[in-house]
Design a protein around this ligand. Structure first.
Ligand SMILES: Cc1ncc(C[n+]2csc(CCOP(=O)(O)OP(=O)(O)O)c2C)c(N)n1
Ligand SMILES: [Mg+2]
Length: 322
């Protein structure tokens, strides 16, 4: 694909994708130590969408996400140390160590939360868009969810409301073809396309290869600009693929719900290597320096998480009930 984006922007995509990948790989590597006690849904292979997003969302824009939300939290500018401390259940975690991997929040950058209940954060994101519209703040609300979430009734209520009220909301569906072990073919009628179905509901829609960070960026930029100008919501569908098991640090292609052939086909569409081929004027040494800085930052963040104290059990319900 011919692109006209500046090399500096491409390099920022690289940094973001490599950072997200490396954090997830390090979690995967350390998970069996048994110190991270919460269920953990990794998104290795799906880095292009959050990395494109990281270059588009403004700090005061809102974002919410789902159970697979580490990358979205980081892409919105969420604090890495606080995220890892949260996954380790520590007091210094972004939810005080009470939430774990699926309950991430960083109000300093308007990352307004993730939820373990599929579809649960969609109406929250819509109402954040409504608040921005009422107050005329020009903020956009971004909602990340998977293909499984469009099978929840709340998705239809929420997007319908956003369309009718012309809310500044960008719905971002990362379609990785599976909901746990169930492929789309056993969940949706043959031939149904999600974005076309949503278009028929009256939303503006776009879709593309979700492993091509440049294509994702261009679509996301157009949708965000139009939405910010008050033209109502957009629904974006990005096709991608998770490499590891649904929940946990391992590969699970051996259990038979998907084929090795399919996995290898998607591995060829690996987002980071595809971008590197398009990086001009950047030497291997420059890239290595970037990688080393990121690796160093991640090691320090893990050390912070491991060395942080656990929350006081007597404060378990503090802030939960009035
Ligand atoms: C309301 C609800 N139903 C079922 C589940 C169990 N569950 C957890 S993740 C998941 C799959 C969701 O798939 P998708 O939205 O495509 O996200 P992905 O895991 O593929 O990123 C399901 C069914 C849940 N957590 N909440
Ligand atoms: Mg899915």
């Amino acid at each position: 694909m011919v692109h006209t984006l500046k090399n500096k922007l491409l390099l920022d995509f690289y940094k973001s994708m490599y950072r997200i990948r490396s954090v997830e790989e390090e979690i995967s590597k350390r998970y069996s130590e048994g110190k991270m006690r919460c269920p953990t849904h990794l998104s290795i292979g799906q880095e292009a969408v959050p990395s494109a997003f990281s270059q588009i969302a403004k700090k005061n824009d809102f974002a919410v996400s789902s159970h697979r939300g580490h990358a979205h939290y980081l892409a919105k500018g969420g604090n890495l140390k606080s995220m890892l401390a949260e996954i380790y259940g520590k007091k210094t975690g972004c939810s005080g160590g009470k939430g774990g991997s699926m309950h991430l929040i960083d109000l300093a950058v308007n990352f307004m939360g993730t939820s373990a209940i599929v579809g649960n954060s969609i109406p929250v994101g819509v109402c954040l868009g409504m608040s921005a519209k009422i107050k005329n703040t020009k903020q956009v609300s971004f909602i990340f969810f998977g293909d499984g979430a469009i099978e929840e009734g709340v998705f239809y209520e929420s997007i319908n409301f956003a369309i009718v009220k012309k809310l500044p909301v960008v719905f971002i569906c990362e379609n990785n073809l599976y909901s746990v072990y169930s492929p789309l073919s056993v969940r949706q009628p043959k031939g149904r396309s999600i974005f076309k179905m949503v278009e028929a509901m009256g939303s503006k829609v776009m879709q593309c290869d979700g492993n091509d960070v440049i294509k994702v960026y261009k679509i996301l930029e157009k949708a965000t600009n139009e939405t910010r100008r008050g033209r109502g919501p957009y629904f974006l569908e990005f096709f991608t693929y998770r490499w590891l098991e649904h929940c946990g640090p391992n590969f699970d292609n051996d259990i038979g719900y998907r084929t090795e052939k399919e996995f290898l086909k998607w591995k060829k569409k690996e987002p980071i290597k595809r971008l590197v081929k398009k990086l001009n004027h950047t030497s291997d040494n420059q890239l290595e320096k970037i990688r080393n800085e990121i690796k160093n930052e991640i090691q320090l963040a893990f050390t912070f998480a491991e060395n942080s104290p656990f929350p006081n059990p007597l404060e378990a319900y503090k802030g939960v009930y009035a």
